[in-house]
Design a protein around this ligand. Structure first.
Ligand code: PHB
Length: 396
């Protein structure tokens, strides 16, 4: 479902023409004045609903800080709830591009849905910024000049945890994930880092997305007795797993680790069951920079919510678009200059300054974090300036 949140382009043209006291004017007269049409295709229902909201909030905060405009132009939003449903993805993306004629398509969270957006972005050439979904192919085999990501690849935050655990003498690990691209790629990343450092993955467990029925899997883990468990879960699935882990008596017996999505944005809801869980991610709540402090303050004040990694990624999608459109003074027709400006932007992010890889994915520090109270506290840098290998990308 698409919701046009302000009045349409045609009405705008009519109003503008009336205001100018003329019946009609050639189109080019409006090229700079027309609103930028921004498509937001994100989950607003289901297990990733809160992630979609945080990304939207972050994006809008960046725009507000830029005076509510992009390249001097007002904005018109077109919003779609993609429900984290890959079967609806190409239709939803196509509607935004062909019916709503968006200038830029921002989305999404779920890697399977992202594949639908990538297909439409490649076919139409519309500018696309991905503020979360970690699917390797988006900046790998299917990379393209008009496709950018402000988040991570699924490999990126998982890979460094392998060495962290091996360095602690952990030898036998069981992995657990939702069975879909994001989970599979995160587990592969962890396994690559862990086996390179001398560890062994003794069993790979999974359950279908978006099931949260962990009971039998936790029983199996208890019987295997590994040194540790590495997981990929996010949103409400993280809350359920952490609570079930404690209820099953595994907390304090077997170490639970993961990509930091496990504990991001859920600490208010999960209570003390998450205390002490260590994860790796490109953001942490207490990063001691003026940029992060200001961001956290402004976000909390504006939305009456604490920001998380998703809010940061949405905010950086906004910052990236601000940088691109500033370079072309709002003229989306200057595609080449726009893309060059986005490729060379230095994003002053709450996570720390980052730049784009040749494949259009952030090169960024991956932090080791630990849950302390209601905070994902940064304990150190697990891997400095990590770039995704971008396997299969022929660009750049
Ligand atoms: C993904 O599907 O790529 C995904 C979803 C949620 C996350 C991270 C990655 O937190």
């Amino acid at each position: 479902m698409t919701k046009n949140q302000t009045f349409g382009r045609r009405e705008f043209l009519k109003t503008a023409a009336a205001a100018a006291g003329v019946a009609s004017l050639p189109n080019f007269a409006f090229a700079q004045g027309a609103k930028i049409r921004v498509g937001l295709m994100l989950p607003y229902t289901g297990i990733y609903a809160q992630l979609g909201v945080a990304i939207t909030n972050g994006f809008k905060l960046a725009v507000t800080e830029n005076g509510g405009k992009l390249g001097g132009r007002e904005i018109e939003y077109f919003t779609v709830d993609d429900e984290s449903d890959p079967s609806k993805a190409t239709d939803n993306a196509n509607k935004l591009v062909t019916r709503d004629k968006v200038d830029v398509l921002i989305g999404t969270v779920h890697s399977g849905v992202e594949m639908g957006i990538v297909k439409i972005a490649r076919e139409s050439g519309v500018l696309h910024i991905n503020p979360n979904a970690g699917a390797a192919a988006a900046t790998g085999a299917l990379c393209a000049p008009n496709i950018f990501r402000t988040s991570f690849t699924n490999w990126q935050p998982a890979y460094p945890m392998g060495k962290v655990l091996a360095d602690r003498g952990i030898k036998r690990v069981v992995t657990l994930t939702h069975k879909y691209a994001a989970g599979d790629e995160a587990i592969e990343g962890f396994k690559e880092g862990f086996t390179k450092a001398g560890g062994t993955v003794v069993k790979e467990l999974s359950l279908p997305f978006p099931s949260e029925e962990f009971q039998s899997l936790l029983t199996e883990i208890a019987s295997i007795k590994p040194d540790a468990v590495f997981v990929f879960f996010a949103g409400s699935a993280g809350i359920k797993l952490i609570k079930d882990w404690k209820a099953a008596g595994l907390k304090g017996k077997i170490g639970l680790y993961g990509s930091g999505f496990l504990t991001d944005g859920i600490l208010e809801a999960v209570g003390d069951a998450a205390e002490g869980i260590e994860t790796t991610l490109h953001y942490g709540d207490g990063i001691e920079t003026p940029k992060n402090k200001t961001f956290r303050l402004n976000y909390a004040k504006t939305f009456k919510l604490q920001p998380d990694v998703y809010a940061v990624q949405g905010y950086d999608a906004g910052q990236l678009l601000v940088a691109g459109l500033k370079a072309v003074k709002g003229d989306m027709n200057k595609k080449k200059e726009l893309i060059t400006a986005m490729e060379t932007a230095k994003i002053d992010s709450p996570r720390g300054v980052w730049t784009m890889s040749k494949a259009h994915n952030p090169i960024q520090d991956i932090y080791l974090r630990k849950v302390v109270g209601k905070e994902n506290k940064v304990m150190g840098v697990a891997h400095k300036a990590l770039a995704d290998p971008a396997r299969g990308c022929k660009m750049g």
